[in-house]
Design a protein around this ligand. Structure first.
Ligand SMILES: [Zn+2]
Length: 81
């Protein structure tokens, strides 16, 4: 395709340690907007983030997990997996 000799296609450089990247979701603190990183099960979907009491889960595949931002605001992430 017109590339000069020796051209190397750029390939995705997969890192052997996938634990640091897979399943990390950035949640925004509902009180100050700070990004909070948390690990969620693969394929899970965040349903809501609330700073109030722990939300009711709707079904066995939903879970609420407490998180806290760098400013100490505690909130709950409701996710489905
Ligand atoms: Zn906050």
């Amino acid at each position: 395709m017109g590339y000069p000799d020796g051209h190397v296609e750029t390939t995705l450089n997969l890192t052997p340690n996938l634990r640091s990247t897979v399943g990390i979701t950035e949640i925004q603190c509902p009180q100050c907007g700070t990004d909070v990183r948390m690990g969620l099960p693969a394929g899970s979907v965040v349903k809501s983030v609330t700073a109030a009491d722990q939300p009711e889960t709707d079904g066995p595949r939903q879970k609420a997990r407490p998180i806290a931002c760098d400013n100490g605001h505690e909130c709950f992430v409701l996710f489905e997996w």
